[in-house]
Design a protein around this ligand. Sequence first.
Ligand SMILES: Cc1cc2nc3c(=O)[nH]c(=O)nc-3n(C[C@H](O)[C@H](O)[C@H](O)COP(=O)(O)OP(=O)(O)OC[C@H]3O[C@@H](n4cnc5c(N)ncnc54)[C@H](O)[C@@H]3O)c2cc1C
Length: 341
Amino acid sequence: MVQKKANISLKAYNSFGVDTTADLLVEWESVADLVEWMRTEGDTLTSKPWNILGGGCNTLFTGPYHGTLIHSVAKGITVVSDTPEEVIIRVEAGHLWDDVVAWSCERGLWGIENLSAIPSSAGASAVQNIGAYGVEAKDCIRSVEVLYVDTLELGTIAGCDCEFGYRHSIFKTSLAGKVIITAVNYRLSHTPAPKLGYGSIQEEVAKLGELTPQAIRTAITTIRNSKLPDPAVTGNAGSFFTNPILPREQVEALKELYPTMPTYEVEGRPECLKIATGWMIDQLGWKGRSMGRAGVHNKQALVLVNLGGATGEEVVALAERICAEVKEKFGVEIHPEVNIL
Ligand SMILES: Cc1cc2nc3c(=O)[nH]c(=O)nc-3n(C[C@H](O)[C@H](O)[C@H](O)COP(=O)(O)OP(=O)(O)OC[C@H]3O[C@@H](n4cnc5c(N)ncnc54)[C@H](O)[C@@H]3O)c2cc1C
């Protein structure tokens, strides 16, 4: 049976800690229950707005949600196959991502250790193609299991067909609103493949005196905790904006004006460069500043924070002001990474 929660407070369901409500939250633990509910009460979905909510760590509610939120509480990790070459695991959509990373690192498996301490559900790891420290979820997603909303059929989409890109997947475009992710299959490895070339991972791992997935996980968790606000203390959704990917000529022109502007190569797109939104926001003097009860984190300008009691609209107002100032000074449009409902 699904759990139906009417007029529920969403405060515990979004990492911004915005205090609002949803008309209905439907929690499902097994696909059979979800299918049964959709078969019998699916009209609820077609007659009103609806959406899928994972852990709400990339979602900002701008007011009461007058519709249905479908939320997976399905948990579980199953080893599908274990060979000397690879280990395939199947993870239920509602499983906490960081618990998957912990599980993998405890077993000495390689592949996802750099994605430690990202607050996410397994389902959203595929939607967002979460990434950090030179690794993206796409690097280890073998396939994604889905329920098609219109036919209630189950299907499996191979990782190579998920159109993964920078914080992007097919689940944000042609399959948005058409499927509910029920499980994700990840490919891990017994073969050591440490990726230490980002940030200060190398120095932090060196302090630990061993090169294991667990040591990398510890190092990355330490670095992240020192830089990013804990949503349990200060509401936030990590990076609020994406980093723009622009034609190389446009970035080179910007570099002439701003020689210290950081730029990054984009895998598979040599004609483009990525620029750092956080750097631009920092140049505008926004780091540590606030507008009402919404602010910009004092250690990372890409992160907008709820300073206490902010509404989603206050956060959006701050975001819009920052977007306008970035456009005015740098001529660059920036866009939210956060899903605004
Ligand atoms: C402190 C902090 C640090 C962060 N650091 C990073 C980082 O380093 N890298 C990074 O990439 N992100 C980061 N994020 C952002 C966030 O962790 C990711 O976007 C994450 O994937 C959100 O997971 P969620 O389950 O909370 O998703 P939600 O916010 O609940 O949902 C995100 C999107 O996925 C969809 N969705 C969720 N579950 C399903 C499903 N089962 N089926 C279909 N669609 C679904 C939702 O409809 C929504 O569109 C950070 C966030 C915070 C708060």
